[in-house]
Design a protein around this ligand. Structure first.
Ligand code: GLU
Length: 448
C-alpha cells in the first residue's frame, strides 16, 4: 500500500469508522485517496472546504424491501439499494446490479468509483449506483419480471431525467431494463425515456450501448498500446467473464486483429487455442442463457477447465471483465511473468490492491476500471442526449463518438500522470483527473 499523505490519512480513518464492515468501499476509497497527496498540496482549498470528506459521504442512500412471488406462489423478500453519491456534475448516473453478493458496501464502492468514472467521460453526469441481492440465475422470465416490477414500485419515486438515471450492471441487461421501464411508465403514466438507459432500440435505446463497455475498454488499451508504439494486431488475449462486457471486448479485439483464446464464468474457464468462436458464445450466453461449459460440447478441440484460473493462461493482453477482486497479487505476478504487457479493466475494481501494485511496479500498460470501462456509462450519456433531442443516431456515428471519448479519457489520464511525475501511471492519472473536476464543481456550488 502506498503511504497516505498525513493530512489524508485521518480522513481515511474516519471513513473506516463511519462505514464498518464495508470492505469493498474501503478499498475503493483508499485507492483514490492514495493518489490525492500531491493534489491537496497544489489545491489547499480542497482540505479547507472538506471536499474529500464530502466526496466520501453519499448525498443520499436509499434501502428498501423488495417482496415478490415465484412461479409456485412462494413469497420472497430481497433488499433494494440506490446510493445517490454525488450530483455536482449532473444527475446521479450509474447502473443497477442484481447479484446475491450485493450489500451496501458493494453498492457504495461502485457508486464511489462511478463519481470519478463519470467525471472522466466529460459528460454532464453525477455518480450513483443501485441494485439488489436478488439472484436472477435460474429464475424464469416471469419471476424476473415480478421482481423488477416490485423493485421499481419503490425506486420510481427517486428517479427522473434530471435527478437519477439508472442503467444495467451485472445481472441487469435489456430484459430487466424493459420490465423496469414498463413499470415506471405504468405507475407514473408518463413515457419518459430519459429515466433509464440501456433501453431497447425501438423504445428509446441507443445503438452501441450494448457493445459500449467492451468496445470502450478495448479502445482504451488500443490507445495505451499506441503510446508504446504497439497494437492489438496478433496479440494473444484472455478475457474473463462471458457476459455483456466480455462478449463485446472479444468482438472488438478480434476486429483489431487480436486473438482471444480464453473466457470464463463463475464455474470454469474455456480455452480455445484457435481463437474463441464469438458467435457460439453469443448464442449460448445472450440467446440461450446457458453456461460457458457448453462451448466445449460444440468445439471438441477447446478445453473446459472446471474451477480453473484464467490468469494462469499465458497472454499478452488481459481484459478482466467479470467482477471485483478477480485478480489477486499472485495472479498479477503470474500474468506479468507469462509476458502480459497490458491489462484493461472492463469490470469494476477487478484487481486487488496487491495486484495493482504488481502491475504498476512492472510498468505494463494498466488501464484501471474507472478509466478503461467508462465507455458504458459514456454511451448511456449519449443515449440521454438522443432521448432529450428525440433523436436516434446511426451505429457508425455513435461508435465514433464512443471512440473519441475513450481516446480523450486515455489522453487526459496520460497527461495528468505526466503532470504529477509518473508518466503512464493511469491509476494516478484517472484518480486525479476524475477528482479535480468534481472537486472544483463542489467548491463552486458552496457548502451543500
Ligand atoms: N454499470 C455500468 C458502469 O459500471 C454502466 C452504468 C450506466 O450506464 O449508467 O459504469
Amino acid at each position: 500500500m502506498a503511504k497516505l499523505d498525513e493530512k489524508i490519512s485521518g480522513i481515511y480513518q474516519d471513513v473506516l469508522k463511519r462505514n464498518p464492515g464495508e470492505t469493498e468501499f474501503h478499498q475503493a476509497v483508499l485507492e483514490v485517496l492514495e493518489s490525492l497527496g500531491p493534489v491537496v498540496v497544489k489545491h489547499p482549498q480542497y482540505l479547507e472546504r472538506k471536499i474529500i470528506e464530502r466526496i466520501c459521504e453519499p448525498e443520499r442512500q436509499i434501502i428498501f424491501r423488495v417482496p415478490w412471488q415465484d412461479d409456485k406462489g412462494k413469497v420472497h423478500i430481497n433488499r433494494g439499494f440506490r446510493v445517490e453519491f454525488n450530483s455536482s456534475l449532473g444527475p446521479y448516473k450509474g447502473g443497477l446490479r442484481f447479484h446475491p453478493s450485493v450489500y451496501l458496501g458493494i453498492i457504495k464502492f461502485l457508486g464511489f468509483e462511478q463519481i470519478f468514472k463519470n467525471s472522466l467521460t466529460g459528460m454532464p453526469i453525477g455518480g450513483g449506483k443501485g441494485g439488489s441481492d436478488f439472484d436472477p440465475k435460474g429464475k424464469s422470465d416471469d419471476e424476473v419480471m415480478r421482481f423488477c416490477q416490485s423493485f421499481m414500485t419503490e425506486l420510481y419515486r427517486h428517479l427522473g431525467e434530471h435527478t437519477d438515471v439508472p442503467a444495467g450492471d451485472i445481472g441487469v441487461g435489456g430484459r430487466e431494463i424493459g420490465y423496469m421501464f414498463g413499470q415506471y411508465k405504468r405507475i407514473t403514466n408518463r413515457y419518459e425515456p430519459g429515466v433509464l438507459t440501456g433501453k431497447g432500440l425501438t423504445w428509446g435505446g441507443s445503438l452501441v450501448r450494448t457493445e459500449a463497455t467492451g468496445y470502450g475498454a478495448t479502445f482504451f488499451i488500443d490507445e495505451a498500446l499506441k503510446v508504446r508504439k504497439d497494437s492489438f494486431d496478433g496479440k494473444v488475449c484472455t478475457v474473463s467473464g462471458s457476459g455483456n462486457v466480455a462478449i463485446y471486448t472479444i468482438e472488438k479485439i478480434h476486429q483489431l486483429g487480436g486473438k482471444c483464446v480464453a473466457c470464463s464464468d463463475s464455474n470454469g474457464v474455456i480455452y480455445d487455442e484457435k481463437g474463441l468462436d464469438l458467435e457460439l458464445i453469443k448464442q449460448l450466453k445472450e440467446v440461450e442463457r446457458r453456461r460457458i461449459e457448453d462451448y466445449a460440447a460444440t468445439h471438441k478441440h477447446a478445453k473446459y477447465i472446471a474451477k480453473g484460473n484464467i490468469w494462469e493462461i499465458p497472454c499478452q493482453v488481459a481484459m478482466p471483465s467479470a467482477t471485483q477482486n478477480e485478480i489477486n497479487g499472485k495472479d498479477a505476478a503470474t500474468l506479468v511473468k507469462n509476458g502480459c504487457i497490458a491489462v484493461g479493466e472492463g469490470a469494476n475494481m477487478p484487481t486487488t490492491p496487491e495486484g495493482v501494485k504488481v502491475f504498476l511496479d512492472a510498468k505494463i500498460a494498466y488501464g484501471p476500471g474507472k478509466a478503461a470501462n467508462a465507455g458504458g456509462v459514456a454511451t448511456s450519456a449519449l443515449e440521454m442526449q438522443q432521448n432529450a433531442g428525440r433523436d436516434s443516431w446511426t451505429f457508425e456515428y455513435t461508435e465514433k463518438k464512443l471512440q473519441d471519448i475513450m481516446c480523450n479519457i486515455h489522453n487526459n489520464c496520460y497527461e495528468t500522470s505526466e503532470e504529477y511525475g509518473a508518466p503512464g501511471n493511469y491509476v494516478l492519472g484517472a484518480n486525479i483527473c476524475g477528482f479535480i473536476k468534481v472537486a472544483n464543481a463542489m467548491v463552486a456550488h458552496g457548502l451543500i
